[in-house]
Design a protein around this ligand. Structure first.
Ligand code: PEP
Length: 250
């Protein structure tokens, strides 16, 4: 059985002092887990996070990157800039970026390819809205996001990708998908990857669930056969809660 990959997405929270407090508190709480622990922090906290987690089992990720190496792209960060300071992971295509910042399957693909080329491991987010689910379009949407968003990602590159299935209606709402809903959707996503890359590659792919995962529901979700981990927003901002999720799967 795979270990689980638990990633915290701090979003636009925690200044430098707060980040230091949270990481310092978290380190001893997750040190004995066999699961992989990642914290995806704001750009301004990355240097400090890398420094503080050195020699621990906590890995550091950013929350976005651009696809160009350098140039006139005001406000953007190149993958190589992240790699250079010791960042290992980067969240790509989070639904908040798709909703508020015009991210599309096409830009998700560009960012993913650039991140991989720089040696970063992308955590690529997909997921349907409530109206897409209620109108019976969930599978069409997930299929499109996988087919378009991974168009020229090779099987070899896929080994360094984590996919996060995050139903938009569950993100930050306190409404979690049931264990079965999350497992079924991830099973479907895996089957779409299997159509393109074959079953072996799809089975090896890590697909997380994200959407109001917390210390109360993590154990059930993480026990499901298709769910390879979690992407955690709100609950990752409190060391004890995030650690409880990490430690929920032994
Ligand atoms: C997220 O930001 O990816 C997320 C799942 O948020 P939350 O856990 O707060 O729903």
């Amino acid at each position: 059985m795979k270990n689980k990959i638990i990633a915290g997405n701090w979003k636009m929270n925690k200044n430098r002092v707060e980040a230091e407090q949270l990481i310092t508190e978290l380190i001893p709480l997750v040190k004995d887990t066999r699961n992989t622990v990642i914290i995806c922090v704001p750009f301004t906290d990355l240097n400090e996070a890398v420094k503080l987690t050195k020699g621990t089992n906590i890995h550091v990720g950013a929350q976005n990157c651009h696809w160009k190496e350098s140039g006139a792209y005001t406000g953007e960060i190149a993958p190589s800039m992240l790699k250079e300071i010791g960042v290992e992971y980067v969240v790509i295509g989070h639904s908040e970026r798709r909703t508020y910042f015009g991210e599309t399957d096409e830009t998700v693909l560009l960012r993913t390819k650039a991140a991989l080329a720089a040696g970063l491991k992308p955590i690529v987010c997909i997921g349907e809205t409530l109206s897409e689910r209620n109108s019976g379009n969930m599978e069409n949407v997930l299929r499109r996001q996988v087919v378009e968003g991974f168009k020229d990602v090779t099987a070899e590159e896929l080994q360094n990708v984590i996919v996060a299935y995050e139903p938009v209606w569950a993100i930050g709402t306190g409404v979690t998908a049931t264990d079965e809903q999350a497992n079924d959707a991830i099973g479907f996503v895996r089957s779409v990857f299997a159509e393109k890359y074959g079953k072996k590659v799809a089975d090896a792919l890590y697909i997380q669930y994200g959407g109001s995962m917390n210390d109360g529901n993590a154990k059930g979700l993480l026990a499901m056969s298709e769910i390879d981990g979690g992407l955690i927003g709100g609950a990752s901002l409190v060391a004890g809660k995030f650690a409880a999720i990490v430690n929920a799967h032994k």
